[in-house]
Design a protein around this ligand. Structure first.
Ligand SMILES: CC(C)(COP(=O)(O)OP(=O)(O)OC[C@H]1O[C@@H](n2cnc3c(N)ncnc32)[C@H](O)[C@@H]1OP(=O)(O)O)[C@@H](O)C(=O)NCCC(=O)NCCS
Length: 394
């Protein structure tokens, strides 16, 4: 009997998956894998069994979308990759990743996205760093905004459709933001079983903004708590100012506020002075599971037009390898096989080009691709754009 891949089958395999994840992520100290797997959904777990049929490596496959050039591209989010300690170093996770990628490809999902603990493991599977998530912080009392024009109230069940719609409306216009699946919306509403506290800002009946707050142990002594924003969004400056005022109203006890965002965060833009701290946080990686579908599925800048003949190498998914011509006209692309292969690169370099994380010129300078000057210029004209980022950790 050879190694096998698939969903968990039965209570014994579920217990084995929980034990692997507890040991892999320290779940006995913090948030147990049993709770975490309940939150992800047991049907999201994929397992690799050894020759004897014993589960040795697991991950969760989360269906979601990623906004790229104004279009939603389906992606399989990977989380909780873990191998039993005694089975590590023998290629179990690598085999599990390859089988998961094949499943995604067979289902027509063109991308896969993850936050890496090790670049090497995921690079071997064809993933590459293709975007960033930034950590921000500000002391609530340093927020110099006082604007109570719009109403604020605690979130109610009836607000959810409008909240999701506002989140999507903003995310669609950003490069790399996620179209959250149910698991990521749950992470907005609660963390490790603790519900967050949500507020909405309204103008008459219209949702202008929302924020979800989680009280956490203060990072420094002397204050009762800090606040993490599990999500914050507004559609107008008035909405943002009302949210900033609400956050400032938590300043009397010295709360520090933390949140995740992109390189040009609205809070930083709206504050008068340089009071926010910012750091580039864990980068995320992308895998083009189906190169042709991925190229055709994303949007391109309005007015972008051109043909790019590329030759792609992909050792893990050889179906992706070979020559094709990307043809872009007025923001929409089509792909056909063949062409002269004027731009030569592997699937990892293509992931960086694809999201606009790195330009073709920059990739050529570090030996990650090569091509004719015309091909490089066309690639940059088609792919370059705002820096790809996301605020969700998974
Ligand atoms: C990371 C992990 C999933 C790898 O599983 P595995 O089945 O041993 O992986 P493989 O045998 O397929 O590949 C091993 C590769 O993992 C990476 N890796 C393993 N341990 C590592 C470490 N301490 N530091 C950096 N990379 C490491 C290396 O790239 C290694 O390849 P190498 O031995 O040639 O250098 C496993 O060590 C684990 O469960 N760790 C704890 C949980 C974790 O970190 N998960 C990843 C979350 S994104």
């Amino acid at each position: 009997m050879g190694a096998s891949y698939g969903r968990l089958s039965g209570e014994a395999e579920l217990a084995r998956a929980q034990a692997i994840l507890d040991w892999s992520f320290g779940g006995r100290l913090t948030w147990s894998a049993a709770h975490w797997l309940d939150a992800m959904g047991h049907d999201t777990v994929r397992a690799l069994r050894d020759d004897a049929g014993r589960v040795q490596a697991v991950l969760c496959l989360l269906p979601m979308g990623q906004w790229l050039g104004g279009r939603r591209v389906a992606t399989g989010g990977l989380a909780g990759v873990g191998t039993a300690a005694e089975a590590r170093g023998s290629g179990a996770s690598s085999a599990l990743l390859r089988d998961t990628l094949r499943e995604l490809r067979a289902d027509g999902v063109p991308l896969s996205t993850l936050y890496p603990a090790s670049f090497t493991l995921y690079r071997r599977a064809g993933f590459e760093v293709a975007g960033s998530m930034y950590h921000y912080g500000v002391a609530a009392r340093d927020i110099d905004v006082r604007d109570r024009e719009l109403a604020v109230r605690p979130v109610e069940d009836g607000d959810w459709d409008a909240i999701v719609a506002l989140s999507r409306e903003v995310a669609r216009g950003e490069m790399g933001n996620l179209d959250r699946g149910p698991q990521l919306w749950d992470r907005v509403r609660s963390r490790r079983g603790v519900p967050t506290t949500g507020f909405v800002v309204t103008d008459g009946g219209t949702l202008e903004g929302y924020v979800f707050l989680l009280q956490q142990a203060a990072a420094a002594p002397g204050r009762p708590y800090d606040l993490e924003l599990t999500d914050v969004q507004a559609r107008s400056a008035r909405g943002w100012r009302r949210i900033l005022t609400l956050l400032r109203d938590h300043g009397s006890l010295g709360a520090q506020i933390r949140w995740h965002g992109g390189p040009a965060d609205p809070v930083v833009t709206l504050l008068a002075e340089e009071v926010c701290s910012v750091q580039l946080s864990t980068p995320w990686m992308l895998r083009l599971v189906d190169v042709d579908r991925a190229l055709a599925a994303r949007g391109y800048r309005a007015g972008a037009r051109g043909e790019l003949a590329m030759e792609v190498a992909d050792e893990v998914l050889p179906e992706n390898a070979g020559r094709r011509v990307l043809s872009v006209s007025d923001g929409v692309a089509s792909v056909r096989p063949g062409g002269a292969g004027a731009l030569r690169l592997d699937v990892r370099a293509l992931a960086q080009l694809y999201t606009g994380y790195a330009s073709a010129a920059a990739l050529a300078r570090v030996g990650r691709l090569d091509g004719t000057p015309e091909a490089l210029a066309t690639a940059d004209a088609l792919f370059s754009g705002p820096h790809p980022w996301m605020s969700d950790m998974f």
